[in-house]
Design a protein around this ligand. Structure first.
Ligand code: MTE
Length: 398
């Protein structure tokens, strides 16, 4: 669509937003409440109507995206913390690059001011947890999985500004022999089953590091919030969220492959359908779409309802979204409200007049420009990563 007609479409669509009032949402489940909208270990408020708290993490309620733009406001962005948000001072912060993959083989330090004075780039990209949608393996496919039981809201899109990791690596003296780099966070060590696994860190192949990875210090035009990595985080476009290490303090640069629990024990596919030691470490995210509608919403029969949602794919821009209002028998195209772009997501809508009272399953299915289509079923793995199946969204028409 042209940008002028795109803007007109968008204005019309936003004008119809009060239709949301006809959607009666179910209240948040008691276990998902943060006391007084606060969660120890997370700095920002987590109001009940916007977040579901899951352990140390906060999932954005997908219906809360309705009416927001293509960029997720910082206040609404999901938080995935292995431990707790460290409140750091940029004046004390510096990045250390070290390891056998640097020509000088001695550590190189870059302060916050030095980083900010380097040429910057901006990049619009979603960050999405590898386990986003995990609970649907159980609720929709009847399969057991372990891990945080996210629904669809462990994702957000932002405009990141920062310095290309490539520029920082070259400045530090990247050797031709380097194969992996491993950013590490300054948050507390993570303990699993009583054993410390050290600080959050995960290797990245040099080829990806030199391609499109940035060290971001701004999110949607403002300094990063504490919870999202202040003063500096890694942003690895199209890869699973764990690659985008927050509060980065050092980067090991190595001339031999690196490993950490986050690419050996976690973030691989395990289970009967996968190799005994697990798949290769996960890299790219998958393709998804979801409705901005409460689960089990109540809709009025005979009244026009605007179904809205989002679709995204890590492989290529979204090409289209189809919607079914009869449990998957018939499909029709939804209208897209953003120009689909790589790394971002698109808003979509479809009008529907529920014909008669009763339970209905609503579905949406995204396709991308590489021909990837959401399948009816996601491939099971014991840790519930990469749920890409069409979501079966129950509503009741009254
Ligand atoms: N980086 C550090 N240092 N510590 C963390 O706990 N969580 C990772 C990643 N980077 C994490 C981290 C995971 S699993 C995800 S999905 C994203 O951060 C979440 O980013 P957000 O909290 O800004 O949404």
């Amino acid at each position: 669509m042209s940008s002028a007609s795109g803007r007109r479409d968008l204005l019309r669509w936003l004008a119809a937003a009060p239709l949301a009032a006809s959607v009666l949402g179910a209240g948040p489940p008691a276990w998902g409440r943060a006391r007084g909208g606060r969660l120890p270990g997370v700095e920002k408020p987590l109001p009940d109507d916007a977040f579901t708290v899951r352990g140390t993490n906060a999932e954005t309620r997908f219906p809360a995206f309705r009416g927001t733009g293509a960029l997720t406001p910082r206040s609404l962005f999901f938080v995935r913390n292995h431990t707790r948000t460290p409140v750091l001072d940029e004046r004390d912060w510096r990045l250390t690059l070290w390891g056998s993959g640097l020509r000088g083989r001695h550590p190189v330090h870059i302060g916050y001011g030095q980083l900010r004075s380097m040429p910057s780039v901006t990049l619009t990209a979603v960050i999405e947890c590898a386990g986003n949608g995990r609970s649907l393996f159980t609720t929709q496919q009847g399969e057991q999985v372990s891990g945080t039981p996210w629904t669809m809201g462990a994702i957000g899109a932002a405009r990141w500004r920062g310095v290309r990791l490539r520029d920082v690596l070259y400045r530090a003296g990247l050797a031709g022999s380097a194969v992996d780099v491993m950013p590490r966070g300054l948050d507390d060590e993570f303990t699993a089953d009583g054993v410390s696994l050290g600080r959050v860190r995960r290797p990245l192949p040099v080829a990806k590091a030199l391609d499109d990875v940035i060290l971001a210090y701004e999110m949607n035009g403002e300094p990063l919030p504490y919870d999202h990595g202040f003063p500096v985080r890694v942003v690895v476009p199209s890869w699973i969220g764990i690659a985008s290490v927050k509060w980065v303090g050092d980067i090991e640069v190595s001339d031999a492959p690196l490993a950490s629990p986050w690419n050996t024990r976690f973030y691989r596919l395990f289970g009967p359908d996968h190799p005994p030691g697990g798949s290769a470490p996960l890299t790219r995210q998958t393709i998804k779409s979801a409705l901005e509608l409460p689960w089990d919403a109540t809709l009025a029969a005979g009244e026009r309802t605007r179904l809205t949602g989002r679709a995204w794919s890590a492989a290529a821009p979204v090409r289209g979204v189809e919607v079914s209002t009869d449990g998957g028998t018939r499909w029709r195209p939804a209208r897209l409200h953003d120009v689909p772009r790589r790394h971002g997501w698109v808003r979509w809508s479809a009008d529907w007049v529920p014909p008669r009272p009763g339970p209905v399953t609503l579905l949406s299915r995204a396709t991308d420009r590489h021909g990837n289509v959401q399948p009816a079923r996601a491939a099971h793995n014991t840790q519930g990563y990469l749920f890409d199946a069409v979501v079966r969204h129950p509503v009741t028409v009254v």
